[in-house]
Design a protein around this ligand. Structure first.
Ligand code: AKG
Length: 275
């Protein structure tokens, strides 16, 4: 349990705007205990997967809706629609940030088992404002920014049912991280999309004609066969090269061929001069 003294200190910290990086806001109790419990019950049924970063698996588990960011090279892509049960909390997050709920097109849910953490990072530039809602357990939310040779650092406790907003310099200049947790925690992070999205061409057939499906399937099979054929050719060439080098070695061993490489004595001239 948090002591009243600590709670008061916490409140003071966030009432003092100077303490927070520019553009950042924090609000305790943006949802009620009942809402938190109802959300947690729904979260249990979501298809959480271990976070993947360039082939490495993190300890935390994640699931995204609206948009998803693939850190294995796929970048930003469309994800399934935001589930109905998250819409009221999205409304609360949007109100806290002074945005329209529909502006929060993306939501990332994270499950931090005890020992799970999130390393220092800035959110991807594909996103704009970030609103995080904490559930179940508190966490230390750390922020840092390079100040010459040192780091300018801040940290605060993000209490369950609280919300924080990262906007402006807190979003673009400060990095944030959460050290390993003692207890299970969930976070719901809503993000608006940046207006500077890289150009992307999306081709969508709402109903693919049968012939086209057939042709695409044929092309796909042909490409796979071609790929297999290419691989077979590479293996055949490598085998031929191996056999050829083996036969050459035999020729050399039998004394039918010899190769000599002679290097002159680089010190000979020096010795001559010294005499
Ligand atoms: O769990 C949190 O509140 C932080 C999440 C976060 O930093 C992120 O998803 O980039």
């Amino acid at each position: 349990m948090k002591s009243p003294l600590r709670a008061a200190r916490q409140r003071n910290l966030f009432e003092s705007v100077d303490e927070l990086p520019g553009g950042m806001r924090y609000a305790p109790e943006v949802i009620s205990r009942e809402e938190e419990e109802a959300l947690l019950n729904k979260l249990l049924a979501l298809p959480f997967k271990q976070f993947e970063f360039h082939g490495f698996l993190g300890k935390r588990r994640v699931v995204s809706f609206g948009w998803r960011y693939d850190f294995n090279g796929g970048g930003l892509g469309k994800a399934g629609a935001i589930p109905e049960f998250l819409l009221p909390v999205r409304e609360r997050a949007a109100h806290f940030a002074g945005l329209q709920p529909s502006a929060l097109e993306h939501v990332l849910l994270i499950e931090y088992a005890p020992g799970a953490s999130i390393g220092w990072h800035k959110d991807r530039p594909a996103f704009d404002d970030v609103i995080g809602i904490s559930l179940l357990s508190p966490c230390t939310f750390r922020l840092r920014r390079k100040a010459r040779a040192k780091w300018d650092r801040r940290s605060f406790t993000a209490e369950p049912r609280s919300a924080y907003l990262l906007r402006g310099s807190s979003r673009t200049q400060w990095e944030h991280s959460i050290p390993p947790l003692d207890r299970l925690r969930y976070s719901i992070t809503f993000r608006s999309m940046s207006s500077n999205q890289p150009a992307r061409l999306t081709l969508t057939w709402n109903k693919t004609p049968r012939r086209l499906t057939f042709a695409l399937r044929g092309i796909h099979r042909f490409a796979r066969l071609l790929h297999m054929f290419n691989q077979c050719c590479i293996v055949a060439v490598l085998c031929a090269l191996g056999a050829w080098s083996l036969s050459w070695r035999k020729v050399v061993r039998r004394g039918e061929f010899s190769l000599r490489f002679e290097v002159g004595d680089p010190l000979a001239q020096c010795r001559k001069d010294a005499l």
